[in-house]
Design a protein around this ligand. Structure first.
Ligand SMILES: *Cc1c(COP(=O)(O)O)cnc(C)c1O
Length: 360
């Protein structure tokens, strides 16, 4: 493959092995003479692909039997609305952590359907930290507690899942699912868009505890009802079949690489290396409080913002792509999901050091 490293936040890099296998099977999946894209979602071949992906995800994340995995469309953004519609029941309140741009979007959408209590907000600190747990304020009437485990734009990540007592947690894990071990049994719902750490865009995965199904707000479209998707094994309508297949290839790759523990270790090592290089330099800076630095998205700014364009141009010339930070934060951002090899981190660090020598 061409020697480029794609640091985009999403859609993002997909593991090279996965891409190669998809290429080999693209026109003729296992002697069927058909591409997965051309198969009926109700045919035996695709049903097999779907079931295997389901089983592999269950194994990777150790998902208990009383949880359903839903394969949906509409991105994580659709979940921002589906969650309150399915989880509020008779309640009118929900708790939300506000730790960055994606939390804010989730909150804004939830406010269309309920009263949102902000448990804690990092906004006054420009989302460079997460407030200490002794400042958190829960609403006893809240139906659930929502948080964004990794803020893709600000590069802020919860080090551990927040302790919310007897309330159940709902987590947007779009940008860190499958990057580290989680205890699924402590969540009510986990959801993620696929395009960061799983596969192509167009697929969202929802992992939901069975007893939470069946409470959708009356008179909603069927497609907004988690129970309808669960009862139909995510085939109430045509699911995003090719993305589901690609996700399955990624899960097999992860298992082959040693599963979540192995990938988590690798992610920690990759992130530590990059943060160390940033912290050691007098030229680059990451503004996030150390305990909350993301292992997936590493924003950094240059000592002189006038050099940004030059940095991006020279980086691209050596195959380091899509390092531009989100427009709301500025500077740079290196997204280093599971599929980013350590060699990509090494190449980035080497480039950064050379650039610093030439321009500092
Ligand atoms: C990318 C992202 C989203 C939005 O995902 P879409 O699939 O574009 O709707 C939501 N939350 C987080 C944390 C994200 O990183």
């Amino acid at each position: 493959m061409t020697a480029v490293y794609n640091f985009a936040a999403g859609p993002a890099m997909i593991a090279c092995d996965v891409m190669q296998q998809a290429r080999e099977e693209f026109i003729d999946w296992q002697g069927t003479g058909m591409s997965v894209m051309e198969m009926s979602h109700r045919g035996k071949d695709f049903m097999g692909i779907a079931a295997q992906a389901n089983a592999d995800l269950r194994m990777l994340l150790n998902i208990p039997d009383n949880y359903k995995i839903l394969w949906l469309q509409g991105g994580a953004s659709t979940q921002f609305g589906m969650l309150p519609l399915n989880l509020l029941g008779a309640r009118k309140d929900a708790d939300y952590f506000c730790t960055g741009a994606w939390s804010k979007k989730a909150i804004k959408e939830a406010q269309r359907f309920c009263q949102v209590n902000i448990v804690a907000s990092g906004e006054s600190e420009n989302f460079t930290t997460i407030p200490e747990s002794n400042t958190w304020q829960f609403n006893p009437d809240a139906a659930y507690v929502h948080y964004t485990s990794n803020e893709t734009i600000q590069g802020v990540q919860f080090a551990d899942m927040p302790d919310v007592g007897d309330k159940f947690l709902v987590a947007d894990m779009s940008s860190d699912i499958l990057s580290r071990r989680i205890d699924v049994a402590r969540y009510g719902v986990i959801y993620a868009g696929a395009q960061k750490n799983i596969g192509p865009s167009g697929l969202s995965i929802v992992i939901i505890r069975e007893d939470l199904l069946g409470n959708v707000t009356p008179n909603m479209p069927s497609m907004y009802d988690y129970k309808i998707h669960a009862d139909n094994d995510s085939m109430y309508n045509t699911p995003p079949t090719f993305a589901w297949y690609m996700a399955g290839l990624t899960f097999q790759w992860l298992l082959k690489e040693g599963g979540i523990e192995a990938i988590a270790q690798r992610n920690q090592h990759k992130a530590e290396k990059l943060y160390a290089a940033i912290d050691m330099s007098g030229f680059y800076r990451n503004p996030v409080a150390k305990p909350y630095r993301s292992r997936m998205n590493v924003p950094f700014i240059l000592a002189d913002a006038k050099l940004d364009a030059r940095f991006l141009e020279e980086a691209a010339r050596v195959g380091l792509l899509n390092l531009k930070g989100h427009r709301s934060v500025g500077g740079m951002r290196a997204s280093i999901y599971n599929a980013m090899p350590e060699a990509g981190i090494d190449a980035l660090i080497e480039f950064m050091q050379t650039f610093e020598k030439e321009h500092a």
